[in-house]
Write a protein that binds this ligand. Structure first.
Ligand SMILES: [Zn+2]
Length: 345
């Protein structure tokens, strides 16, 4: 009798061990140079995926870049480190070209720059970066097995904070590889960079006229996002347990075919979309976050202004919150991890 109870108990415990609680995953997508008003103008017909996210998730068309810089690498570094570019706690990376040999985020800053990749990896999660510009090697290099910080959190998961780094200028191939990973071995925290809108903007201008090359590229990016959402729901490894955060590093101008002028609202105004299993469906992000964030109108207020806008720099600490992990050490944007994306906290 005793042995029967014992074996039943063992079987029960075995079951409990075999079915661990499913962890949420996060996919952070940066749509390089995608203006939010392009999504607005395309509407449901031209941008069905973004509008699906707006129905099923929460979003704003009035998020902000960094205050001083509206260029690519500085703003992506804001996303992964949740700090501004300049100032004592800023990441200080102002270059926007392939990093010089031997250069990295920490050496340039003269102090280690912790990131969302590091926090996730140190807690035993798998991380990935899929990038479509060669200069993103900055992150792979800065967080590799020699330059990444020792893991002092729990078991030692090593210094290389980005488990999988893939660079391909062909974003279609990048998406194929990412979707394949959903079916086989999805990372817990993935960042995906899609260069398409920026590349067309620099060539043809950020022209929001219907049918312009820029708007056609925005439609193409929307279709890629749609493929990703479908693929997430098609794999039992990712279905109903993956959060998607989409933001941009900057907008861009029609006339100059550039985005470097940080005082231009068309450069610093960016989208911020969040989709996931418990998202505040159909809600505008500033409405969800009325207690802690303030819609900046057409301004980009400095970091010391009370009532900050939602910024691309919120993304890193938001991703960690959704992974149930603490904030990035030393971070200053969303450091309290108080950007809400669910209907109830
Ligand atoms: Zn860019």
């Amino acid at each position: 009798m005793k042995s029967t109870i014992l074996s039943l108990l063992t079987a029960f415990l075995g079951l409990a061990v075999a079915a661990p609680a499913r962890a949420d995953r996060v996919l952070l997508i940066s749509t390089d140079g995608l203006r939010p008003d392009a999504i607005d103008q395309l509407g449901e017909a031209g941008a069905p995926a973004f509008h699906r996210i707006r129905r099923e998730g929460t979003y704003t068309s009035n998020a902000r870049t960094d205050v001083v810089y509206t260029i690519t690498l500085p703003n992506h570094t804001c996303m992964i480190a949740s700090v501004g570019v300049t100032g004592p706690q800023g990441h200080q990376w102002i270059s926007n070209t392939d990093p010089l040999l031997g250069q990295n985020l920490h050496r340039n800053r003269k102090a280690y720059l912790p990131s969302a990749f590091g926090v996730a990896h140190d807690h035993g999660l798998k991380t990935a970066l899929y990038a479509s510009k060669s200069k993103f090697s900055l992150y792979d290099t800065s967080y590799d097995e020699t330059r990444g910080a020792p893991d002092e959190t729990g078991p030692d998961n090593g210094r290389d904070k980005i488990d999988r780094y893939l660079m391909d200028e062909d974003t279609g191939k990048l998406i194929d590889a990412l979707i394949e990973s959903f079916r086989t071995e999805p990372a817990d925290f993935t960042m995906l960079h899609l260069r398409d809108c920026d590349s067309t903007g620099h060539k043809e201008g950020w022209d929001l006229t219907a049918g312009s090359p820029y708007m056609e590229t925005a439609k193409k990016v929307d279709a890629m996002i749609g493929r990703l959402l479908d693929a997430i729901q098609d794999s039992p490894l990712t279905k109903d347990q993956t959060w998607v955060i989409i933001t941009s590093d900057h907008g861009g101008l029609t006339l100059t075919k550039g985005h470097g002028e940080a005082k231009e609202s068309d450069n610093y105004t960016i989208p911020f979309h969040v989709w996931g299993p418990r998202a505040a469906a159909g809600k505008e992000l500033y409405a969800v976050n009325a207690a802690t964030r303030r819609d900046p109108g057409d301004q980009n207020p400095p970091y010391d202004t009370a009532g900050q806008p939602i910024r691309n720099g919120d993304a890193g600490n938001l991703a960690l919150r959704l992974l149930k992990l603490p904030a990035i050490p030393g971070s200053t944007i969303n450091a309290a991890q108080d950007l809400m994306v669910t209907a109830a906290p």
